[in-house]
Design a protein around this ligand. Structure first.
Ligand code: REL
Ligand code: ZN
Length: 445
């Protein structure tokens, strides 16, 4: 292929390739959603619309860079209505200043690609447009504009409101074929004493010392919830202090639960475990979700896991830029380790570009370059638009290098690579299409 055509061909193929979004915080409508700013349907877990977009916690952090405590404090901000919060952020970050940051640009891309004009002083006309949307067809529209074929949720079993939904009608939550559940178990591995209480209340016979009987009950709990949710993988986020070091010294509660409960249950079910390492929660607690920070991961703990549990599958995303090279090297040693996404503070074009280039150079196409982490449905539009631009740029450069080295790059190569990177590597790793087949056989649907 002529190099002049190459960039255009790559851009076209990448933009046409549908994505399976492997980690989001979006929910199917059965989990409840906002009908309007005043009215909520059910538990209201599915967030969408301009007020949610503009009050994304990334933008709340940016607001408090530019307003002083004499103008508004975080407590006062969180006491405002959603509309008032959105108006303030719009005024400070989009009207008084140029919305140059990635999170601000994301709002602009999203509105523009939905056919709305972001060059407005007031959000009211945009609110009006959103209030006319039917949530179900709006999901289809967002998925189509974003080029997303499937949305993987994050289902927090230790969130009381969400758990209540699962306990009352799990089948209803699983009916929407656009979404798949993921069992999120942060508290089980990060805060055993408090989870122990939760499990007792849920009628599991556990005790605070992690005894063999307690481990058996934790296995029963995990199996029950994997049956109930039919999660396609299990996920946990950890702080930078996460360690798994089976060196003969006294194991921690977390290590015991991993070794004797989580690993055997997942191996038996052939399910992957996603580790998201490096979040330092509540560095500035006054900012709520916007107050988290990042730190470096201990990658030898990951290689210890991959080595000790060859029957298990691990996905990993790490929150600090400094951890990325070592993660790629770890993945070269262990086929049961899949690096994924450019998580949270890394989800900026300059860092996505660097990470993607580094990963291709070390791993070829055997990784999953991105997930959206969308908390608000509409964000699928910008997260994927921006990531596709960077991926196209890096791939073009790599194909040019390969052509110069003497390889004839064809459209078929590019199509296959795009499909692997944006969709199939993840689906194959977690066995998504196999579990869908089993479900069809089981339910006859
Ligand atoms: O899944 C997680 O732990 C994180 O991605 C989130 O907690 C975080 O707030 C998210 O919005 C980042 O993008
Ligand atoms: Zn997330």
């Amino acid at each position: 292929m002529q190099t002049t055509n190459l960039a255009q061909t790559v851009r076209t193929i990448i933009s046409q390739q549908r994505v399976t979004d492997l980690h989001t915080h979006c929910f199917a409508p059965a989990f409840g959603y906002k009908l309007s700013i005043e009215k909520t349907q059910g538990a209201g877990l599915l967030l969408w619309g301009v007020d949610e977009l503009v009050t994304y916690h990334y933008l709340i952090a940016e607001l408090f860079r530019v307003v002083g405590a004499d103008q508004i404090t975080p407590d006062q901000f969180y006491g405002l209505s959603k509309i008032e919060q959105a108006n303030l952020i719009w005024d400070e970050l989009f009207i008084k200043r140029t919305p140059l940051s990635e999170a601000c640009r994301g709002v602009i891309t999203t509105l523009t690609k939905l056919g709305l004009d972001p060059n407005t002083q007031s959000l009211d006309p945009i609110r009006q447009w959103f209030s006319e949307q039917d949530v179900d067809s709006y999901i289809d529209r967002v998925m189509s504009v974003a080029g997303v074929d499937h949305i993987v949720m994050t289902n927090e079993v230790f969130d009381a409101a969400e758990r209540k939904l699962w306990l009352s009608d799990a089948e209803a939550l699983k009916r929407d074929s656009r979404f798949s559940p993921v069992l999120r178990i942060d508290k089980l591995l990060n805060d055993w004493p408090s989870v122990c209480q939760d499990l007792v209340e849920l009628e599991y016979a556990v005790s605070e010392p992690v005894t063999p009987d307690t481990l058996a009950e934790i296995r029963r709990f995990l199996n029950d919830w994997l049956d109930r949710t039919e999660a396609i993988y299990v996920a946990t986020s950890f702080g930078p202090e996460f360690r798994f070091v089976p060196d003969g010294s006294e194991p921690t509660e977390c290590e015991l639960i991993i070794e004797h409960a989580l690993m055997p249950v997942l191996a038996e079910r052939n399910l992957a475990w996603a580790l998201m390492i490096g979040s330092v929660r509540g560095v500035n607690p006054r900012l709520g979700d916007a107050g988290d920070m990042c730190g470096k991961a201990d990658i030898s703990s990951l290689t210890n896991l991959a080595l000790r549990f060859p029957e298990n599958k691990f996905m990993a995303t790490l929150l600090s830029r400094e951890s990325q090279h070592e993660l790629c090297i770890a993945a070269r040693k262990f086929g049961n380790l899949l690096p994924f996404g450019c998580w949270w503070f890394l989800n900026n074009p300059s860092i996505i570009e660097e990470m993607t280039r580094e990963r291709i150079e070390l791993l070829g196409t055997s990784f999953s370059p991105q997930h959206s982490d969308a908390r608000i449905l509409d964000q699928l539009v910008y997260k994927w638009d921006h990531s596709r631009q960077v991926l196209s740029k890096v791939l073009t450069e790599k194909y040019e290098d390969l052509s110069r080295a003497g390889w004839i790059v064809t459209e078929e190569h590019i199509r296959n690579d795009a499909e692997r990177l944006l969709r199939n590597n993840f689906r194959t790793f977690v066995g998504m299409d196999e579990s869908a087949m089993l479900r069809v056989q089981k339910t006859g649907q």
